[in-house]
Design a protein around this ligand. Structure first.
Ligand code: AMP
Length: 397
């Protein structure tokens, strides 16, 4: 993976300019339409404050949820405008007019350091289609484009990739920090370097495993995908989640790890249930004694201890994906233990993926992690060694 060779907002003269800023304000809302976690907005404030300080006229674009190209009032960005107004102590103009009908002079009345927030960009089908005319329209409002929406950087959409074709462009601090920290740990990690990969499927993580296997010292594979690896080693896995067509791939990875002298670690025991249900009866069994018909739903206490010891001995830790069915209270113990062990360690720690980040949040351990990524899909793509189209489109340094 290449380190960021793109211009950042600090490399562009934004003084008193109209700046189109793409943020990722895709925040969770509760049943009453209130924002239940503001992290994604808070992480964007550094760039917004920088633009305010530089007297820029700031036009912010974001998406929220999946309106699929139609106007859905429950997915309005108005609560975000209200939150920004409160936290920045400035009036944020909320623009709900039809973007396609706005003239290119629509934002000429913006004063220095003033902010306008456009309504949810995914209310327009042209956004996800990366429609060139729509991107051109967005570009016509401003002099400069700054992208700080890391969470959606793996998608080529009109307001992320398309618009960059028409304006001088660069990234904000959030993208810069996210890319640089991943770049550092992948290219030059302090050793021992441990990666913990969980989640349900080998097929979702195979790109990451392949890219990490020659970079890490230890690789822990847990969660649902561990069972395909245990099967490849000849264990009976009962009715645990399993991808038959990935068994030989798992066997190849086991061999490759041996050849590269990488320690590949799988769960040694498991919490197994009678059914795939939150309230199913459960047992703790070693990995070589999973009873027929039972389903592996979490790691057991021996694995928790083993993984925690490895975590304690590591200097760099990358964690992506829960080690059990984290959504269900009875099967989230292992994931919470991993979160706690990482938080307790002195290692550089990078956590990505919705459930892993949720485990950290649940325990209130955000400040004990070096870097909690705001983008699941985007950080996975970087971990796979892929370039992100919305970052690729920005001007080179
Ligand atoms: P991912 O999005 O790939 O990180 O996967 C997260 C999902 O993996 C969550 O929905 C978990 O419930 C699921 N998961 C973790 N462990 C298991 C398991 N043992 N069996 C089935 N699903 C699992």
């Amino acid at each position: 993976m290449n380190c960021l060779n793109k211009k950042s907002v600090e490399d562009i003269n934004v003084f008193e300019k109209k700046v189109l800023l793409r943020c990722d304000f895709n925040v969770p809302l509760d049943g009453n339409g209130n924002i239940s976690n503001t992290k994604r907005i808070d992480d964007s404030l550094q760039t917004i404050r920088y633009l305010i300080k530089n007297n820029a006229k700031i036009i912010i674009i974001s998406h929220l949820g999946r309106p699929n190209g139609s106007k859905k009032p429950e997915l309005s960005l108005k609560p975000v405008a209200d939150y920004l107004t409160k936290i920045l102590n400035v009036n944020v103009r909320f623009i709900s007019d039809d973007i396609k009908k706005l003239s290119k002079e629509a934002f000429d009345s913006l004063k220095n350091s003033e902010i306008a927030l456009l309504e949810n960009i995914r209310f327009y089908k042209e956004e996800q289609l990366n429609d060139l005319d729509f991107a051109k329209k967005l570009a016509s409002f401003a002099d400069i484009f700054v992208n700080d929406a890391f969470g959606t950087a793996h998608r080529a959409h009109a307001s992320t990739q398309g618009v960059a074709k028409f304006l001088p462009s660069g990234c904000g601090f959030l993208i810069k920090n996210e890319v640089n920290i991943l770049c550092k740990i992948l290219n030059n990690p302090e050793r021992p370097f441990l990666a913990i990969l969980g989640g349900s499927k080998v097929s979702d993580k195979i790109g990451v495993i392949n890219n990490l296997i020659d970079k890490v010292d230890t690789l822990i594979i847990a969660g649902g995908m561990a069972y395909t690896f245990l099967n490849a080693l000849g264990y009976s896995i009962g009715d645990s989640i399993f991808e038959a067509d990935k068994v030989s791939l798992a066997a190849d990875i086991i061999t490759k790890a041996k050849d590269l002298n990488v320690r590949l670690v799988l769960p040694v025991d498991n919490v197994v249930g009678e059914n795939f249900r939150a309230d199913t009866n459960s047992l703790i069994v070693d990995s070589d004694s999973i009873p027929e018909g039972y389903i592996g739903l979490d790691i057991g206490p021996k694995s928790e201890r083993l993984f925690s010891d490895i975590i304690e001995d590591s200097k760099t830790i990358l964690w992506n994906g829960p080690v059990g069915v984290f959504e269900w209270e009875n099967f989230r113990h292992g994931t919470l233990k991993i979160a706690q062990a990482i938080a307790n360690s002195n290692a550089i720690s990078v956590v990505g993926g919705g459930d892993s980040a949720a485990a950290i949040n649940l325990l209130g351990l955000e400040n004990c992690i070096s870097h909690l990524s705001t983008g699941g899909g985007a950080s996975l793509a970087l971990l796979e060694g892929k370039n992100l189209p919305a970052i690729d489109a920005l001007d080179d340094k």
